[in-house]
Unconditional design. Structure first.
Length: 154
């Protein structure tokens, strides 16, 4: 689980799996928002002014060959995330790590945090992502949002 802090992802909670691998996401650590699943979800729900300020402030450094480091491409990607309600990070910040992330909404509908499920590419193929990982993270985000008082409008 993560929030935005000074335009970076700040990890506020994490549950390790039984087969965990070393990853950069640790409680209390920060990571770039534009190339992490939890961060891209949070950026997707910023208002236009805050997103413009973000893009004017942050250097979009390339961490892997999959990192989006062009502001116009990132804006298009963020729009898609907002439309679909989730994102998949395919080794954009850490090589060989994939994740699915979704937003947490409060009672007013504002996105206040995001959650993800992440793991090594060799364990998360396209079929497993589509059938297991993505549905689990989206459903969990909806459940947590409901506990925060959010009523989903379709």
């Amino acid at each position: 689980m993560a929030v935005l802090s000074d335009f970076e992802v700040f990890y506020i909670d994490k549950v390790e799996g039984s087969k965990s691998v070393g990853m950069m996401s640790r409680i209390g650590n920060k990571s770039p928002a534009y190339c992490t699943g939890v961060g891209k979800v949070l950026l997707a729900y910023l208002d236009e002014d805050d997103l413009s300020r973000y893009l004017d402030t942050v250097e979009l450094k390339r961490y892997t060959p999959n990192t989006i480091n062009d502001s116009e491409a990132l804006k298009r990607h963020l729009q898609k995330i907002r439309q679909q309600g989730y994102t998949i990070d395919d080794s954009e910040h850490e090589a060989d790590i994939k994740c699915a992330a979704a937003p947490l909404h409060d009672a007013s509908g504002k996105v206040v945090a995001s959650i993800s499920i992440a793991g090594p590419r060799f364990r998360i193929n396209r079929e497993r992502m589509k059938k297991e990982i993505l549905p689990a993270v989206v459903q969990t985000a909806r459940s947590i949002s409901a506990q925060l008082g959010y009523v989903e409008r379709r």
